[in-house]
Design a protein around this ligand. Sequence first.
Ligand SMILES: NC(=O)c1ccc[n+]([C@@H]2O[C@H](COP(=O)([O-])OP(=O)(O)OC[C@H]3O[C@@H](n4cnc5c(N)ncnc54)[C@H](OP(=O)(O)O)[C@@H]3O)[C@@H](O)[C@H]2O)c1
Length: 340
Amino acid sequence: MKATTYDRYGGPDVLAVSDIPEPVPEPDQVLIDVDSASLNAWDWHQLRGEPRFMRLQTGLRVREPRTLGADLAGTVAAVGTEVSGVVTGDRVLALVGHGALAERAVARGGAMARISDDVPFDVAAATPMAGLTALQALRDSGRLAPGERVLVWGASGGVGHLAVQIAKVLGASRVDAVASGRNAEMLTRLGADAVADYTKDESPEGPYDLIVDTVATASMRTLRGLLKDGGRVVTIGSVAGTGLLGPAAALLRRVIAAAFLRMRHSGAIAKVAHGDLDQLSTWLTDGRIAPVVRNAGSLEDVAGAVRELEDGHVAGKLSIAVAPGAVRTSTRSGAASAAD
Ligand SMILES: NC(=O)c1ccc[n+]([C@@H]2O[C@H](COP(=O)([O-])OP(=O)(O)OC[C@H]3O[C@@H](n4cnc5c(N)ncnc54)[C@H](OP(=O)(O)O)[C@@H]3O)[C@@H](O)[C@H]2O)c1
């Protein structure tokens, strides 16, 4: 089968489309005919082996070709003996970590959820990692309560634009956003009450109960000035992705600053949770969340898409059409920018 693989750490140039053996599902896994995959910052971190401390887990070297891709949607082709709740032919979304950019992939039963017939595959594939991250950051790390005011800093990317929508679903009374001005219209359409353009040094108008931050570009002192008494900050990611520590360095600085400034701050790390994937799937069906998706091409086009993602200004999510000829919610030429 065809897959987008890499055999050493490096930039997008080390990616190639290869012919590799189909994966064989373990008893707790299902085999999926992949229709669509979506890209995440996670993918280029895996590809580069950056930040470097990550290699303690992923290996100091890539010894055998690896297939890129964490998020997918497709049709169940075979079900392991220990998996219940899905049958061959079901449409599913899944968070697999690696291996999504291939014609077939395996997913643990607990790392997938069924999707209804009217949710397009590319929309479903855009949801698992970014959706889980946004949901758990707001609900678990941020302890968002109905009626609270939320600010999403770095709101136009994969995680941020879902965080804006999920904050509203969880009952926030107001959700403001920080993003570049060209994405303001998209964010307003998704439910943001106000958008501060960071490229023009515009400042959000607090005070907020909760700030969820995907970029960690503001100082903690600045964030403190935007919070109500007792307000919380949740840091999800950072624009500094490489080096020895990458985003962990920004997180560490924030932890120290929060202690000095007596602020309530936590970092968020998404966990795979079947119940949460199911919840996201339900929200996709009833239209309460609608990921913004741009088709970035097929398996052959992944290198270009990863390059664009690494530049750090994709609006919404980039999707890869793995199965040829499938219906897409956006065409490559017709959606040059998700903000259009
Ligand atoms: N903790 C976890 O479990 C977890 C899970 C997923 C992702 N993450 C991390 O979370 C971060 C965001 O992920 P993502 O998937 O949303 O990334 P993404 O899709 O690449 O989005 C990045 C966004 O950052 C914005 N941005 C770039 N520079 C900015 C600045 N100076 N000020 C404000 N916004 C800026 C861009 O918005 P504009 O184009 O509007 O400038 C862009 O939309 C990454 O660091 C990722 O590694 C963490």
